[in-house]
Design a protein around this ligand. Structure first.
Ligand SMILES: Nc1ncnc2c1ncn2[C@@H]1O[C@H](COP(=O)(O)OP(=O)(O)OP(=O)(O)O)[C@@H](O)[C@H]1O
Ligand SMILES: [Mg+2]
Length: 238
């Protein structure tokens, strides 16, 4: 579903993503982990085409990531919500539905804003929303088109506990529907029972690419107790 090969992205002379390769098969729910500045957001932004890569190739489905065909296959939820100040919550969903040609839009949009407790905010302008509410609208916009591939950059930051639970439930549903998800996060316990696989980045490189099964086996053997222990161990500075 997603294939990243020898991807490098530099900001002037800073190498933010350094020759990484990985692929996601249909139905994979993969956690993208790594300390601040590891290159997670840069990787995701390069995949979705917001940043231009310096080297490497990215294919989505079997199409180059920059093609129109590829763009219809995924949605992206950015680290910080990017909403239109002067559009209401409902108008955002309407706009996305129009852009992605969503069938039965109203029904799907109503269900989503109910799940995220946004019903009474439906006609509020984005600029009048709280930080968490903006994040929830951004997630709803990412979910509405029901694409094959979802790229979420720290979707749970700023959400209240109920919305975090709802988001986890939605991930489970996506997994059951054989959708493909790449989700960057610092909330390790939130993904422990959610992801099939984890990628850990450090200084622009992928230092761990392991299934949850392998991870659990490793945790068992090393005597560590959690994903957090393993994460701190692999990412610590020598
Ligand atoms: N617009 C930019 N201009 C220059 N350097 C940047 C820019 N954005 C990110 N970087 C640098 O690229 C590297 C990777 O940053 P990135 O935002 O991808 O990290 P991240 O893993 O998403 O971190 P976080 O967990 O804090 O979100 C860092 O060294 C950062 O300073
Ligand atoms: Mg980031």
């Amino acid at each position: 579903m997603l294939k990243v090969e020898s991807l490098t992205k530099k900001y002037r002379n800073v190498v933010a993503v350094d020759d990484i390769s990985f692929s996601l098969n249909q139905g994979d729910i993969v956690g993208l982990l790594g300390p601040n500045g590891a290159g997670k957001s840069t990787t995701i932004k390069t995949i979705v085409g917001l940043l231009r890569k310096n080297a490497g190739s990215i294919t989505i489905g079997s199409y180059p990531s920059t093609s129109q065909e590829a763009k219809k296959k995924f949605t992206y939820v950015p680290e910080t919500p990017e909403l239109y100040d002067m559009l209401t919550v409902w108008e955002h969903l309407q706009f996305i539905a129009y852009a992605y040609d969503v069938a039965n839009f109203a029904e799907k949009a109503e269900r989503l804003i109910e799940r995220y407790d946004l019903w009474d905010k439906k006609d509020k302008l984005a600029k009048e929303l709280s930080k968490g509410m903006k994040q929830k609208v951004s997630i709803c916009c990412g979910l509405l088109p029901e694409p094959d591939l979802y790229l979420f950059d720290e979707p749970m930051i700023g959400l209240d506990p109920k919305s975090i639970r709802e988001t986890k439930l939605i991930f489970k549903e996506l997994s059951e529907q054989q959708k493909t998800v790449l989700v960057s996060t610092h909330l390790l316990d939130s993904i422990e029972n959610l992801c099939d696989r984890v990628l850990v980045m450090k200084q622009g490189r992928i230092i761990v690419d392991m299934t949850m099964e392998e991870m659990k086996r490793k945790l068992g053997n090393s005597g560590s107790v959690s994903l957090e222990d393993l994460f701190l161990e692999v990412t610590k500075d020598e």
